[in-house]
Design a protein. Structure first.
Length: 208
């Protein structure tokens, strides 16, 4: 699977948008910030959502996933998300192999998407920005974070998961303190929606 530089095939007189990596752990409010950015007219590429589409439409990727995880990875040619999640949840090595299959396909899709945008900045929303070293390909990175207990409550209210289920997910993610060290911009989402909007406006002003 060949990965092409987004600088290739660009007309010289067409400016290439600067990529801002947008990330945050479970329950941080990352998606809410993404929607606020869209309201301001900035294109947002939802990597995690697009990955869900790509695993169903990329034939080569399907074959690779089946080879890695078995035929049960797909049911009637549709990605078996529950089976795959259970398969890799407690196997970090297997999860890493799966990510290394999916990530290149998403990257190609993202690069093609960037070429179609007419904006000084585009935002690449992804939960694994730092884990997969994707921030190194970005102009800047933006982290949305919040206190662990607040993230826990939001996720329980939103997804109906138990405390222990969410705790297990959070323990497998990169610690927030490590993400904070790597991020260029940080939004602390510990208050109300209006405060989040103001914080998002501040980041946009700084970028501009």
């Amino acid at each position: 699977m060949e990965i092409q530089d987004i600088n290739q095939n660009q007309e010289e007189d067409v400016p290439i948008p600067k990529i801002i990596g947008l990330t945050g752990g479970i329950g941080s409010g990352k998606t809410t910030v993404a929607k606020l950015l869209e309201e301001k007219g900035f294109p947002v590429y939802y990597s995690d959502d697009e990955a869900k589409n790509i695993v169903n439409k990329d034939r080569e990727l399907k074959d690779q996933i089946i080879k890695l995880l078995g035929n049960e990875s797909y049911i009637n040619d549709v990605y078996n998300r529950k089976y795959v999640a259970e398969k890799v949840f407690n196997d970090s090595g297997l999860l890493e192999q799966l990510n290394h299959l999916i990530h290149p396909a998403v990257r190609i899709d993202f690069e093609n998407w960037v070429k179609k945008q007419n904006s000084p900045f585009v935002f690449k929303e992804t939960a694994l920005l730092f884990e997969l070293q994707l921030h190194k390909d970005c102009y800047k990175s933006l982290l949305v974070t919040a206190d662990d207990n607040l993230r826990m409550k939001r996720t329980m209210d939103r997804d109906g998961k138990t405390y222990r289920e969410i705790e297990s997910i959070m323990q497998k993610q990169m610690p927030e303190k490590e993400k904070i060290k790597l991020a260029d911009y940080i939004i602390y989402n510990n208050s109300d929606f209006e405060s989040l909007r103001v914080a998002t406006d501040t980041v946009v002003s700084e970028l501009n």
